[in-house]
Design a protein around this ligand. Structure first.
Ligand code: SF4
Length: 422
C-alpha cells in the first residue's frame, strides 16, 4: 500500500514540474512515506530526519514532508523533535496532499485522486496496484494498523470495475488488488469471491492477484473461483504468524494451527501449483522454545514458496506491548535467524523441484544482468529471467524453468504466441 501511495504522490510531483533526484541530499523537496508496523521502520525514519533536517539550515529552500502511519502514531514526537518539518500528513489526510503541497512549494497540484489508478510512473507499465479497501476490523494484539489506519472501508464494485477498465484500456496486464484483510471485502451482497469472479470474467486477458488474506475469512468460494479462472494468479499471501496455538490465541488471530493447515491443504488440492506466501513472527511475549519449534514445524509442513519473517517488535498502545514474559531481543534475533535459515533451505529445495516446469510469465522489461535478458514474473509470483526480444515486453509468455538461484529462475522461452499487440 505504501508503494502504491508513494508512486501516486510521485506522479503528482512530476506533473507539477518536479524531477526525481537519486540523492535526497540534493533534493529541494523530500517526502518520507512512513510505516510504523515495526520499530526498525521508525528508526529508519528518525535516522533519515537526523540527516535531512540540519540541511535545511544551509539550504533554505529545502522542504521536508513526512507522510503515513508514523505521523498518526507519533505526531507529537515529530513536532517536539523536529518542529522544522514542513508538512506532516497522516494516512487519513493523504487525500489533501495536493492543497498542502501547494502551500509548501508554491506550485500547482491536481488532487491525489486524479493520479490514482493510472500507470505507475517509475516501474513497469504493465502492472498496477488497486486498493479495494483501507483499514482493518481485526484486533491482533501485536498490531498497530487498526489504530493508525482505522476501521475497514471498502470501495464499491462499480467503482472498482471502472478503475480496472481504465487500467486495462491503458495497457495494464496485471492488477494487484490491495487490502489489509482483503478477503473480508464486502459491499452490500457482494463478497470478495464475487468481486474476484466479476473482475476475472470481465477482463479475461488481465492477470489479477491480491494481498493480504486473513486465514479466518478465506472461504471455499474464493478457492473455487480461483481454481476456475486462469487469469486469477495461483498465488496467495496468507500470514500464519505462528505455529503454536497458545501464541496464536495470545495474538488473537482467531484460528488454530490445524485450521490453518486445513485451509492450505484445500488451496493446494483445488489449485494445483498454487504458490503460498506467509508472514511469521518469532519472539512474541511468552514464546517458549517449544512454541518456536512449532513455528518451524509449521513452516516445514507447509513449505511456503516465500515467507516474510520478523522478530516481534513492541508497538506502544497495543495489547501485546503490556504483556508479561517479554523475550530478550538477542533471543528474538537468534530465533529469527533460525527461521530464515530454514526458509532458505526449504525455498532452495522448492525452487529445484520446479526446474523443468513450464510456467506463464508477464514480461516486465529488460533485465539489468545481461543486455539480451528480459525480466518477468510468473503467475505464482517468482522472478524469472530469460533471453528474448524487447517486443515481448508487456506480453504473457510461456517459459521453461532451467536454472534456480535463491530468489529467482533462469528460463527459456517456449512460445511467442500471445504478444500484446498481436
Ligand atoms: S488482521 Fe492484519 S492488519 Fe488487522 S490487526 Fe491483524 S495483523 Fe493487523
Amino acid at each position: 500500500m505504501n508503494e502504491y501511495e508513494s508512486s501516486t504522490v510521485s506522479k503528482m510531483l512530476e506533473a507539477a514540474g518536479f524531477t526525481m533526484v537519486k540523492n535526497p541530499d540534493q533534493a529541494e523537496l523530500v517526502l518520507l512515506n512512513t510505516c510504523t508496523v515495526r520499530d526498525q521502520a521508525d528508526e529508519k525514519v528518525w535516522n533519515r530526519l537526523d540527516n535531512l533536517i540540519p540541511q535545511k539550515r544551509k539550504f533554505k529552500a529545502k522542504k521536508v514532508a513526512v507522510l503515513g502511519c508514523m505521523v498518526e502514531a507519533q505526531r507529537d514526537a515529530f513536532l517536539k523533535r523536529y518542529p522544522q518539518i514542513d508538512l506532516l500528513l497522516s494516512p487519513a489526510q493523504l487525500k489533501n496532499i495536493g492543497t498542502e503541497l501547494e502551500q509548501v512549494t508554491n506550485r500547482n497540484f491536481d488532487s491525489y485522486e486524479s493520479y490514482e489508478y493510472v500507470h505507475e510512473a517509475n516501474s513497469s507499465l504493465f502492472k498496477s496496484y488497486l486498493p479495494i479497501q483501507t483499514g482493518c476490523n481485526f484486533n491482533c494484539t501485536y498490531c498497530i494498523v487498526p489504530a493508525v489506519k482505522g476501521r475497514e472501508v471498502n470501495h464499491s464494485p462499480e467503482t472498482l470495475l471502472n478503475k480496472v477498465d481504465s487500467l486495462v484500456r491503458s495497457g495494464v496486464r496485471e492488477v494487484t488488488l490491495l487490502g489489509q484483510t482483503i478477503n473480508s471485502y464486502r459491499w452490500e451482497k457482494t463478497r470478495f469471491a464475487d468481486l474476484l469472479e466479476s473482475l476475472a470474467s470481465n477482463y479475461p486477458s488481465t492477470w489479477f492477484r491480491f494481498l493480504t488474506s486473513h486465514p479466518v475469512l478465506f472461504d471455499l468460494r474464493i478457492i473455487d473461483v480461483m481454481s476456475h479462472y486462469k487469469n486469477l494468479c495461483p498465488f496467495v499471501h496468507i500470514p500464519a504468524q505462528s505455529g503454536s496455538d497458545r501464541i496464536l490465541r495470545s495474538m488473537k488471530r482467531g484460528y488454530t494451527v490445524s485450521k490453518y493447515l486445513d485451509l492450505i491443504d484445500r488451496i493446494r488440492e483445488k489449485i494445483p501449483g498454487a504458490c503460498i506466501s506467509t508472514d511469521m513472527i518469532c519472539g512474541f511475549p511468552g514464546e517458549t522454545e517449544e512454541d518456536f519449534k512449532q513455528s518451524l514445524n509449521l513452516m516445514q509442513r507447509v513449505r511456503f514458496e516465500t515467507a516474510f519473517m520478523f522478530f516481534y517488535s513492541e508497538r506502544k498502545e497495543t495489547v501485546a506491548a503490556g504483556m508479561q514474559d517479554s523475550i530478550p531481543v538477542e533471543l528474538r534475533k537468534q530465533r529469527l535467524q533460525q527461521m530464515i535459515d530454514l526458509q532458505m533451505d526449504l525455498q532452495s529445495t522448492i525452487y529445484q523441484e520446479r526446474l523443468g516446469g513450464i510456467v506463464e510469465v508477464l514480461v516486465e522489461g529488460r533485465a539489468r544482468r545481461g543486455k539480451d535478458f528480459l525480466k518477468a514474473r510468473s503467475a505464482g509470483n517468482f522472478p524469472v529471467f530469460f533471453e528474448g526480444d524487447s517486443n515481448l515486453i508487456g506480453s504473457i509468455q510461456k517459459v521453461r524453468l532451467i536454472h534456480a538461484s535463491s530468489h529467482s529462475f533462469k528460463a527459456e522461452l517456449i512460445s511467442q504466441e500471445r504478444l500484446l499487440n498481436a
